[in-house]
Write a protein that binds this ligand. Structure first.
Ligand SMILES: *Cc1c(COP(=O)(O)O)cnc(C)c1O
Length: 227
């Protein structure tokens, strides 16, 4: 067995999630997106066997390669940046978490219109304005939400963020709370935005206390990665 302890790890993470929901007081349901990047298809199968149905990958090429070898009906999430010339591959994913520019949004919208079924996407928010990271600053969300409100090829169902590496608790809370507020801007513009994709292995409890509905967990489930 690839991960003999995975069932126990999942149970312990779920208990921590439940406790964080109680502390936060938002009363939300929380979905685990199991991040299998750098791992092989066996890891995806092990995740499925442990009851994890949502699988997250950050690189499209790596994900497409893995899909060839997985017959279990997992739902694939693309959680990393996508180049505009690869937008067609979004057809293979249940959910795209990283809509990080207006041009990418327009390309994704065209794909959704062409296939006559909207793509489910989250707008990526970059509250700290980090240059190395994609996403819209909070100050641009209202305008982008209005601009996308007529996009028939997209269903904007939430907001996503990646907190700054090394951020302390106070900054994490500010970041996650700011992204929670952007969800309201999305719904005010008519989008069916119910989800908040925020929180990773090191900060998921704080994210949940601030309202996260999806946590993207890799190393806490599958161990440290080399890369
Ligand atoms: C790798 C990755 C994760 C998971 O990171 P861990 O710290 O291993 O939980 C979550 N979100 C994104 C966008 C990632 O690239």
């Amino acid at each position: 067995m690839l991960f003999p302890q995975l069932g126990d790890r999942v149970a312990s993470v779920r208990a921590r999630i439940d406790a964080a929901v109680k502390r936060g007081g938002h009363g939300q349901a929380v979905v685990i997106v199991a991040v299998t990047k750098t791992h092989g298809p066996d890891t995806v199968r092990a995740a499925w066997a442990a009851g994890l149905t949502e699988i997250g990958e950050n690189k499209v090429q790596e994900a497409l390669g893995k899909m060839e070898h997985v017959t279990e009906p997992v739902r694939w999430h693309l959680i990393g940046h996508l180049q505009r010339n690869k937008v067609k591959s979004l057809d293979r994913f249940a959910l795209f978490h990283a809509l990080d520019s207006a041009r990418l949004a327009d390309a994704a919208n065209r794909l959704g219109e062409e296939r006559q079924r909207p793509l489910d996407v989250f707008v990526q928010v970059n509250p700290a304005g980090e240059e190395t990271k994609g996403g819209f600053p909070v100050s641009e969300i209202e305008r982008e939400a209005a601009r996308l409100s007529g996009s028939k090829g997209l269903r904007v169902t939430g907001a996503m963020t990646i907190a700054r590496l090394g951020a302390g608790e106070a900054e994490l809370r500010r970041t996650f709370a700011a992204v929670r507020e952007t969800r309201r801007l999305l719904t005010d513009a008519g989008h069916p935005a119910t989800e908040l994709s925020m929180g990773m292995s090191d900060d998921f409890e704080i994210a949940i206390e601030e309202g996260a509905t999806m946590v993207r967990l890799g190393s806490i489930l599958f161990g440290a990665r080399d890369q």
